[in-house]
Design a protein around this ligand. Sequence first.
Ligand SMILES: O=C(O)C1=C[C@@H](OP(=O)(O)O)[C@@H](O)[C@H](O)C1
Ligand SMILES: C=C(OP(=O)(O)O)C(=O)O
Length: 438
Amino acid sequence: MRPRRFLPGGPLKGRIRVPGDKSISHRSIMLGALAVGETRVTGLLEGEDVLATAAAMRAMGASVERMDSGEWIVNGVGVGALLQPEGALDMGNSGTSTRLLMGLVSSHPINATFVGDASLSKRPMGRVIDPLSSMGASFDVSDGGRLPLIVRGASPAVPIAYRLPVASAQVKSAILLAGLNTPGITRVIEPVPTRDHSERMLRGFGAELTVETDEDGARVISIRGEAELRPQTIEVPGDPSSAAFFIVAALLVPGSEVLIENVGLNPTRAGIVQVLRQMGGSIEEISPREVGGEPVADLLVRHSMLQAIDIDPAVVPSMVDEFPALFVAAALAEGVTTTTGLEELRVKESDRISVMATALSAAGAKVRETEDGLVVTGTGGEPLPGTSGPVATHLDHRIAMSMAIAGLASRSGVEVDDTRPIATSFPPFEAMLEGLSA
Ligand SMILES: O=C(O)C1=C[C@@H](OP(=O)(O)O)[C@@H](O)[C@H](O)C1
Ligand SMILES: C=C(OP(=O)(O)O)C(=O)O
């Protein structure tokens, strides 16, 4: 364990550029590995989760290399040509790697064993096993539907039309990726829209993919297999989920003014910006532009007095990973912030509702846990008292970073029990924080 106490240290000032988007980075490597020829990726997130995806694609035959310039070169094998991996695929802490790769393996004539760390081994995989089984794949898995498990791919797999029972981009993407090597049309019906990077990128790589809206307003995504993907040159925009920690920190610490460059603002991801603005946060978008087929802007964030709100559950999918940071913002807002519809947070790297309730309470915040959310009574801008001992982060990077930010907005600091998991999604987080506090 690597514990650290995060202390209040005056206003945050300066400019930063957060690392590349994690969702887009995973998909760049996976799709590059399925295209014949050379895919070039700049701005790739070099976090442990994405490196787990890279290692897995190498184990299945692709070449994935980092150049000295920082650019990544992927030479793919072609859809249908993934090789039998020799050992188990170690997914580390990464749900995205696991679920999306289970989809890929499911329609290839190979078997793969998936293993992961203690956090990932508690997370539900039944949500992808069900649809992938209907496509013909079979699974050796314990009753709970958790890692470790073996996927036995089907060849040929059979196309399905599947209505998502949970709002999950990972489940959607697993099915679409399986559809790449499945003859015919594979369809995913998505009643609640989730991040659409897979759709955008599959199209960009040349797959035949359409998105329609049915009479009930659900998105119907259809992909034709067996697809042929063409290699691409990709520039990965900055990760809004990583930017969120610095947005919240700058809003909470008096006197702060921070420019965060190159932040991806895809509408299926940018809910946190919208919600913090509704709370009165000053977040200005500068030079809006397009990077790698995604809307991007620089964000100028200034300290603001936040007002509590009832958060509309309809925005949840567009900020599903940002709730731990949002809870910290709510803890210093004026009034009572209510969140609902957050059941999915309980099956992330940790149970993010209950872990944040415990951690914020330890720091002196007033929070009440409900079945599907947290009710937070804010201090009205006063710093939180701080913790006397370490708060437990349960191998969850977003809990560690959220509580680090809570420490900046406290009187005596917040001690985080383990900062190592931060490297899964945001290796330079602590260095950037120090740079802004200096
Ligand atoms: O598709 C993706 O890249 C992701 C989807 C989300 O998971 P769910 O689909 O499980 O909600 C999100 O929490 C995760 O960080 C990344
Ligand atoms: C939920 C997350 O990631 P994953 O599901 O890929 O582990 C996250 O990064 O917050």
